[in-house]
Write a protein that binds this ligand. Structure first.
Ligand code: ATP
Length: 322
């Protein structure tokens, strides 16, 4: 393989730049030409592809977002769109593609490989950590740190005013962020989409905590846990718990900012291994990490199989919430 390309797709995640840097520098080290596709599959269909050099990725490691920009692209869901994308790659002599993104992006990469023989390797880049086959995804650690910092700040004001805070964190259909920051932030309750909860039971337990002298309460709500989000349950909890309730939706602030050490290290490692894998003939796989070290997982498994959240943390929190 003499020429490969890299793109970022789906929601941006802190650490994507560190992954791009690793891909570019490893490719150059291996004497392989490297191009960057602008705005994910949208740029691939439009032929928006630029040459990258070791200097193109100077000074990006510490920046959030993605220097290649990202996009969601409906046209790539259609065979015609993918054919157009494959043609642009063929015209430029690009034989392999590294896709940094989430589940959806991997489905697109799999189809591109299956239909047009493009060699593809995926790198898991999403704050949601909802990808099967890797213990962690790029951006997850940074997003948790940001959410935790916000929870700590909210605790100060909750304590001073005898308030209950509902803190809604990101995660789409998964509770990985909520569970971890809930435990780390000393939340009294954690609501995740993977488990049903009983609002009445929750209110009883909060009221009991208040009787035991608790001066504030924090409930961490994963965005997919409550229909209509945390706002939808605010009124009811206020009426039943006796607390003054405030809701704080952290939203996109969790995506921005400088990536953590962990995310930079993860991104560097995965970027390096993605290039090595592509050059050694691997395709249609995602590179991830688990207790065995760096692992390669068939792309199809990453969305067909379900990644469990760590239920033991949920049970531990029930006890520690006191
Ligand atoms: P995140 O988890 O951050 O949202 P993602 O990669 O899952 O990242 P999606 O919006 O689901 O984000 O997918 C990104 C892009 O991948 C889509 O806009 C589309 O271009 C492509 N894609 C998603 N699903 C498919 C599919 N089934 N077939 C072909 N292409 C797809």
């Amino acid at each position: 393989m003499k020429h490969i390309a890299v793109l970022t797709s789906g929601g941006d995640a802190p650490g994507m730049n560190a992954a791009i840097r690793a891909v570019v520098r490893t490719a150059i080290h291996e004497k392989v030409e490297i191009s960057g596709v602008i705005r994910g599959y949208k740029g691939l269909i439009g032929g928006d592809i630029v040459d990258l050099s070791a200097r193109s990725v100077d000074n990006i490691m510490q920046r959030g977002g993605t220097m290649l920009y990202s996009a969601r692209c409906l046209a790539f869901m259609e065979p015609e769109g993918r054919a157009q994308a494959a043609e642009h790659l063929r015209q430029r002599g690009i034989e392999g593609l590294i896709v940094i993104g989430g589940n959806g992006s991997f489905q697109g990469a799999h189809l591109l490989s299956k239909e047009h023989g493009v060699k593809v390797v995926g790198i898991p880049g999403t704050i949601d950590n909802d990808i099967y086959g890797t213990d962690v995804t790029i951006g997850f650690n940074t997003a948790m740190n940001i959410a935790l910092d916000a929870i700590d700040r909210l605790r100060d004001t909750a304590d001073s005013h005898d308030r209950l805070f509902l803190v809604e964190v990101m995660g789409r259909h998964s509770g990985h962020i909520a569970l971890n920051v809930g435990l780390a932030g000393g939340a009294e309750e954690i609501l995740v989409p993977e488990r049903d909860y009983d609002v009445e039971e929750m209110v009883k337990s909060i009221a009991a905590g208040r009787l035991r002298g608790r001066s504030s309460s924090i409930i961490v709500v994963a965005e997919g846990a409550a229909k209509g989000g945390a706002m939808a349950i605010e009124e009811h909890i206020e009426a039943a718990s006796g607390y003054e309730v405030r809701t704080s939706i952290l939203g996109h602030v969790q995506r921005g900012g400088s990536p953590s050490t962990r995310d930079r290290v993860l991104a560097s490692r995965l970027g390096y291994h993605a290039v090595k894998a592509l050059l050694s003939g691997e395709s249609d796989v995602m590179v991830g990490v688990d207790k065995r070290g760096t692992v390669f997982v068939p792309l199809r498994e990453t969305w067909e199989k379900q990644k469990e959240i760590e239920w033991s943390l949920y049970d531990i929190n029930k006890i520690l919430a006191g």
